[in-house]
Structure formats: C-alpha cells, structure tokens
Design a protein around this ligand. Structure first.
Ligand code: PTJ
Length: 253
C-alpha cells in the first residue's frame, strides 16, 4: 500500500502513512532493513501508551529541552530518526544550538551520505560523522557506533540519541557524557542507562521540543538549571511503567 492509496477514513490512517514513509525510506536507502523491525517494536509500545504524549513525558521533554539549551550538545542521527523527523531534527538543532552527527549501527557509507543529503535539504549546514579524517572511537565499544567525530560527540557534553539500541549509552556514560534519549520502550537498556529518557514517539516528541525551546529561549541559565536538577530519571521511568500498567488494567476490567 502506498501513501496515495491509503483510504482517508481508515481508522489507522496516521500509522499507515508513517509505515509507508518508513518503507519509502528503506527503498531510498535512508533506513536499514532492521530499522523497519525497530519501528514495529516501537508501534507496539505506543499502543500501550495510548499513542499520546502523557503528562509524565511532557515534563520529561521540558527537562530534556532545558538540558539541550544549557549545554554544548549534539543530536545523534540514525536511519530511523532521519526517516521519521529529519526536518524537525534540523529545526531543533538550530533552536538549541546543537550540532548534528550521523552515527549508524548498521554502518554504510552510502546511507551516511543519503542521510546527510536529506538533512542538508532541510537546512543543516555542518554535519559531523561523515569525514573519516575526524573520526575517533568510543573506548571499549565494539559495535560500529564506536566511530564518533572529534568535533561532535567526542568533544560535547550532552548527547541526544533519539531511538537507538542499547550498546552505546553505557559507554558514553563512561566518557562522562550526559545522555538524553527518546525510546518508546521504558525497559530498554538505553532508557535505563540514560540521564533523561523520554518514553514517547519521536514523531510527537520533536515538535514538542521545538515548541518548548521557543518558550524557554529567554530563560536564564539558572532557570534552566533548576528545571534539570529537580529531575530524577529513575522515578520518571517508574511512573511511566505504572502509567502503562494502569492502562492495561483499566482496559482489562
Ligand atoms: O540506522 P541504524 O543503522 O543506526 O539502525 C537504527 C536501529 C533503530 C535499527 C538500531 O539502532 C536498532 O536496532 O535499534 P533497536 O534495538 O531496535 O532499538 C530501537 C528502539 O527504538 C526500540 O526500543 C523501539 O521500541 C524504539 N522505537 C522505535 N520507533 C520509535 C521508537 N522510539 C521512539 N519513537 C519511535 N518512533
């Protein structure tokens, strides 16, 4: 089914359109085949969340945005985040003065190039992670995510890793980085090991972060700092799990 022949009144029209976008992104070489599987796992968790941004996540998004505004930060882009939200990534990077770096698990120079072109089409100027001359390694990390840019992830304090698997966060933490993530799965290693884990769909999170960056643009560093220091990720994850459990119990009674 292509985007054009999805019936407008289909009850799952929004989800089908996104699937179709993902499938197009796979065929155009942005998304890895595994990215399609990752998307399906995300959809299942989103069902449990009610496909909505709840109050808990809204608060976490505020904390994450404040952290980006406060710090020397990088947004790490993979195939899925590029396929879903490249325009919003570029916008958020501009508003929060964050760098953009491409970092892939299923490494492919062709895919890096295509993702870079897509981000540039939406206005990105400097993209890190492309030029081999500047690549170094995350100490101890075995997967291809170990290749990071000296000018980007290597030298920044805060790394925003929307939607990824769980092998890198642990090593970024060992490098004393602050890690922000977006993952629909609150049980993933990434969600558990990050400093700020937004348990929500990236499609909803990025527009909200853009909105909140504009709202907070004139906040002082003290204001932003106060928002970040009050946050406790472990408590937040417990609240999300309780929220999901309650939804399932409510639906089953
Ligand atoms: O492009 P590459 O080569 O770097 O590969 C990217 C993927 C995503 C394929 C790779 O990092 C991977 O295999 O990730 P995982 O282990 O499948 O983890 C992805 C996580 O993202 C899962 O926990 C999903 O539930 C979650 N997820 C999927 N779609 C979304 C999502 N979280 C937020 N928003 C989504 N739209």
């Amino acid at each position: 089914m292509t985007r054009n022949n999805i019936p407008k009144d289909h009850p799952r029209v929004h989800s089908l359109k996104i699937r179709s976008k993902m499938s197009d992104s796979f065929h155009s070489g942005i998304l890895s085949q595994n990215g399609l599987i990752a998307h399906g796992r995300g959809e299942a968790f989103d069902y449990i969340l009610g496909e909505n941004t709840n109050k808990i996540s809204l608060d976490t998004i505020r904390v994450a945005t404040a952290q980006l505004l406060l710090s020397d930060s990088v947004i790490s882009v993979n195939g899925n985040s590029a396929a879903l939200c490249s325009k919003e990534i570029v916008k958020l990077a501009k508003l929060t003065n964050s760098k953009i770096e491409i970092n892939l698990f299923h490494k492919s120079p062709t895919r890096v190039k295509k993702i870079s072109q897509l981000l540039k089409k939406h206005g990105a100027i400097d993209i890190y992670g492309e030029n081999k001359k500047y690549l170094t390694r995350v100490p101890g990390l075995k997967s291809n995510r170990k290749f990071i840019d000296k000018r980007g992830i290597f030298s920044s304090d805060v790394i925003f890793v929307p939607l990824e698997d769980g092998d890198r966060t642990e090593f970024l933490k060992k490098m004393n980085k602050t890690v922000i993530t977006v993952d629909l799965n609150p049980l993933s290693r990434t969600s558990i090991m990050s400093d700020i884990s937004i348990i929500d769909n990236l499609i909803r999170v990025l527009p909200e972060m853009i909105k909140q960056s504009k709202n907070m643009s004139n906040f002082s560093s003290t204001d932003l700092h106060n928002i970040v220091t009050k946050f406790n990720n472990q408590n937040q994850l417990q609240s999300i799990l309780k929220f999901m459990s309650k939804r399932l119990i409510d639906l089953s009674t």
